[in-house]
Design a protein around this ligand. Structure first.
Ligand code: BGC
Length: 396
């Protein structure tokens, strides 16, 4: 399975670190061939002044795959969580500040719509398209069209599997992110003083999003050994990705599942002491279901450091979130795009991952666990907000 391969490769973190470039620049013009008497052959005639020797194309300043002012397409999956809304709004100004033209779309979580939007970007003459896939397995054909038109494809935040027509992916290490979610949950349970075995529940994100699988696998790499050792019990017995996934990352669906788990499994009124949450929206949905049902609030992790969850972490209602700041991810994407102004090849990635068809270069950033204990280091201007308040977290 591509996901497993990718994890293995990412975990090794050793991978080549550079794409293997075909060709190369060595030339053999025969000028150093000795003659019979040992003397070098005469230098070939100097080229006429109006026919200067050109350096290899990929070494010329400004002679890269992209021209200054090129049109860049940005296809985002939806704006249903803060990170994606920030990416949707942030890419255009960030690209324009670098002198590019930008066309940005949001697919509203609809794969078919995303395909049409990418087709339109190709038709408009986009030279590179940044894709946050709704479902990376559905994009093969349209990405092949892009490749045929000479368009670079850069996955953003999510991998794009099962196609050779992807040139790289910029993301916070997805497996590492999941490990941090599991780590935060375990840390919170240790701090809570709850007696083992800990009874918990598990939630994952949308099955169409490869990140959801990585996040879950990362968290389970820590939780499964504890389950096997009898230190952790999943109250409902629902432990597979398919059982715990949340269609479309919909918070309402997660809230409904939590409500039914509480009424079916926790009939004595004692709820789970911890719940694994794949992101902040689902973390808040879980906590809301527990609160509404009159249960003690479990230890819950999260992801994205959304404004509202930062408020909840500060008050202790949500134990933790994992921060993966969008401005930094946009910045890393722009670095990769800028590199193509002076090179015809993608820059060397941090590592590579198998997408089922090829090794894809991953340009990676590190996420961070944020709890009440270190919140001032990351969000010094956040305040204990109530649910409605959006404070000015970043001191801007
Ligand atoms: C992103 C998360 C986000 C989720 C739902 C994932 O692919 O990595 O940051 O919470 O999608 O939008």
């Amino acid at each position: 399975m591509a996901r497993t391969n990718m994890i293995r490769t990412a975990a090794a973190m050793l991978a080549v670190g550079a794409l293997v470039f075909a060709g190369g620049c060595s030339k053999d013009n025969g000028t150093d061939e000795p003659t019979d008497d040992g003397a070098a052959v005469e230098e070939p005639e100097a080229p006429p002044a109006d026919d200067p020797v050109e350096p290899p194309v990929d070494e010329q300043p400004g002679a890269g795959a992209l021209e200054a002012g090129a049109l860049i397409g940005v296809s985002m999956p939806w704006q249903g969580t803060q990170n994606w809304a920030e990416a949707y709004n942030g890419f255009k100004p960030a690209l324009e500040a670098e002198g590019f033209q930008a066309v940005v779309d949001d697919a509203g979580n609809d794969s078919g719509k995303q395909i049409q939007q990418i087709e339109a970007m190709i038709a408009q003459g986009a030279k590179l398209i940044v894709v946050g896939a709704v479902d990376g397995t559905q994009l093969g054909n349209v990405l092949d069209q892009a490749k045929d038109a000479g368009v670079f494809i850069l996955g953003y935040d999510r991998t794009i599997d099962g196609t050779a027509s992807v040139d790289g992916v910029v993301q916070y290490g997805a497996f590492t992110t999941g490990v941090m979610e599991g780590q935060a949950l375990i840390q919170g349970l240790n701090e809570s003083g709850a007696e083992k075995p800990w009874t918990i529940e598990l939630f994952a994100g949308a099955p169409t999003d490869p990140n959801a699988g990585f996040f879950f696998d990362g968290a389970m790499s820590l939780l499964q050994p504890m389950i096997d050792a009898g230190e952790v019990v999943v109250g409902s017995g629902e432990t597979t990705f398919t059982e715990v996934a949340t269609l479309e990352w919909a918070n309402e669906k997660a809230q409904t599942r939590m409500e039914s788990l509480l009424t079916s499994t926790y009939t004595d009124g004692v709820g789970p002491v911890g719940v694994l949450a794949p992101n902040d929206g689902i973390a808040r949905a879980i906590l809301t279901a527990c609160e509404a049902g009159g249960f003690d609030l479990p230890v819950v992790d999260g992801l994205d450091a959304e404004d509202m969850s930062i408020g909840w972490v500060r008050t202790g209602k949500q134990y933790a979130t994992v921060a993966k700041p969008t401005p930094d991810l946009i910045g890393r994407t722009i670095e990769v795009i800028n590199a193509l102004l002076s090179s015809t090849e993608m820059p060397a990635p941090d590592f590579t991952g198998d997408n089922g068809v090829k090794e894809v270069g991953i340009y990676s950033l590190d996420p961070t666990i944020v709890t009440k204990a270190n919140i001032d280091d990351f969000f010094p201007c956040s305040a204990a907000a109530d649910d409605e308040v959006k404070a000015n977290w970043m001191c801007e």
